[in-house]
Design a protein around this ligand. Sequence first.
Ligand SMILES: *[C@@H]1O[C@H](CO)[C@@H](O)[C@H](O)[C@H]1NC(C)=O
Ligand SMILES: *[C@@H]1O[C@H](CO)[C@@H](O)[C@H](O)[C@H]1NC(C)=O
Ligand SMILES: *[C@@H]1O[C@H](CO)[C@@H](O)[C@H](O)[C@H]1NC(C)=O
Ligand SMILES: *[C@@H]1O[C@H](CO)[C@@H](O)[C@H](O)[C@H]1NC(C)=O
Ligand SMILES: *[C@@H]1O[C@H](CO)[C@@H](O)[C@H](O)[C@H]1NC(C)=O
Ligand SMILES: *[C@@H]1O[C@H](CO)[C@@H](O)[C@H](O)[C@H]1NC(C)=O
Ligand SMILES: *[C@@H]1O[C@H](CO)[C@@H](O)[C@H](O)[C@H]1NC(C)=O
Ligand SMILES: *[C@@H]1O[C@H](CO)[C@@H](O)[C@H](O)[C@H]1NC(C)=O
Length: 447
Amino acid sequence: MSFYSKSSFLQVHGVPTLSFVLLKPDSCFTNCYDPMDPNGNITVTFDIEQYTSDGYVARVTIQNFYQYRHVDKPGWRLGWIWSQKEVIWSMSGAFATQQGNCSSFKFQTPHSCNRDPDILDLMPDALPQNRSNDCCKGGILDAWAINPAKSFSSFEMKVGNLGGNSTGYKPLNLTLLAPGPGYTCSPVIDTDPTVSSVIGGRRQEQVYRTWKSTCTYSSYLASKTPVCCVSLSSFYNPAITTCPKCSCGCREADQSRKQCISQDTSPSDLVSDTDILKCTDHMCPLGIHWHIKNNFKDHWRVKLTISNFNFGRNYSNWNVLVQHPGFSQQITTYSFNSTVLPTIGVPDEVALFWGIDYYNDQLLQANENQVGSATTDILLRKEMGAFTLRNGWAFPRRIYFNGENCEMALPDTFPMLPNGSSRQNPPHYALLLILVYLTYKTVCFLF
Ligand SMILES: *[C@@H]1O[C@H](CO)[C@@H](O)[C@H](O)[C@H]1NC(C)=O
Ligand SMILES: *[C@@H]1O[C@H](CO)[C@@H](O)[C@H](O)[C@H]1NC(C)=O
Ligand SMILES: *[C@@H]1O[C@H](CO)[C@@H](O)[C@H](O)[C@H]1NC(C)=O
Ligand SMILES: *[C@@H]1O[C@H](CO)[C@@H](O)[C@H](O)[C@H]1NC(C)=O
Ligand SMILES: *[C@@H]1O[C@H](CO)[C@@H](O)[C@H](O)[C@H]1NC(C)=O
Ligand SMILES: *[C@@H]1O[C@H](CO)[C@@H](O)[C@H](O)[C@H]1NC(C)=O
Ligand SMILES: *[C@@H]1O[C@H](CO)[C@@H](O)[C@H](O)[C@H]1NC(C)=O
Ligand SMILES: *[C@@H]1O[C@H](CO)[C@@H](O)[C@H](O)[C@H]1NC(C)=O
């Protein structure tokens, strides 16, 4: 389904004023941001805690401020370019992958002499002498809205080989893989020194100097193919709206790139390969299903199911974001953890769902008999006057898995109430939904 065919659909139905969506749909680059998490970023802070005879001691903190984008295995990887001839004498809480050429240091060997150090986190089982505060998480950072206490990581480094009186030079050209590409980091800037409280909060201490850079994610830069798609069903219509065909790739065309195996083949000897999927028409590694289950007097009930079509990949700490106007009312989630996120400038409420620890926080891989899945019922209170089963209102506007947008069929294909409007003549409301959908598809172009 191409972008242009959706747009021409709009024009057929007489909304030519919206032809702006036709403007260069591929022109999204570094300025793209997610309207549902406009302030999301990963901030890298260098706090100069101490000056030394030839440099300084810095604490570097990587803080994930993304509401629902976590840094998954194998973890973050941070790099920069030194502006002078700095070396890292020692490091705790992380390590540089290359020592580099330290041949000019005769009496003491630095930890890294590379001009462009490449830093990785230590594992949680790191030795006590290699640790620093808040370190050693294997590079994994939780999403801010899910677990702020585990959304940051710190390490300490002693930087030297500068002149005697130096107050340090900002590192240049920060790069962050978290874990894959897609992050762009701003230049490092001087900011107000970080203040911390000691003596039970009765005294404030501040570091000598603080440098900061913010790194933002763009799925266009990451140039990922979609990873998930949405299917829909309801109690009032036996029709199921399946994932759009070829949402994440086509079975026949992409055979070289993506392998899949069908039900009757045993995946036993392929299990270790992370790229093997169960064959489907959408070829997505993940599918999300929204089923409208009941319509009560004051409440309505939805069953949300997440399926993993990978034969060799578990998703730990997964999360699913759903945009739906019904979340303006109280919701009860039975088998997932959930929260409603604050949003500004987004027309509908947004709820975030994630697994319960030790129960379904891992979305397990598929096996011969079944796909891996996690499911919950959600009970929503009705907002009288807004709630309706008509025109697809009760279906989600948008769904993300781990921060990545999931492909969804156009609203005119949603299961209709019996005697609902016909396909040839979509009601205004469905048209509005399509507009909302297209506006989001192109929102980064507008900003
Ligand atoms: C990074 O995120 C934090 C928390 O949302 C926000 O306060 C800060 O302004 C953001 N930084 C930038 C440069 O957007
Ligand atoms: C290592 O550095 C020294 C001095 O900076 C230089 O003379 C030497 O050529 C370098 N060696 C390599 C292999 O780059
Ligand atoms: C841990 O510390 C020891 C001694 O302080 C050092 O030799 C070793 O390389 C360090 N290991 C790591 C992984 O940083
Ligand atoms: C530090 O700076 C002062 C004033 O600029 C200078 O007099 C002194 O020699 C410098 N010390 C070193 C070790 O460079
Ligand atoms: C840093 O990045 C800028 C722009 O991307 C580039 O022009 C510059 O050469 C880079 N600096 C170094 C030291 O590589
Ligand atoms: C996924 O989890 C299951 C159950 O814990 C485990 O048997 C399997 O090896 C895991 N798969 C991978 C690829 O780690
Ligand atoms: C929900 O998530 C929070 C934060 O991750 C956690 O403390 C709490 O135990 C979770 N609740 C359940 C029922 O798992
Ligand atoms: C549904 O449509 C049929 C034929 O158009 C009509 O006979 C029937 O009464 C309608 N049912 C409802 C509930 O509107």
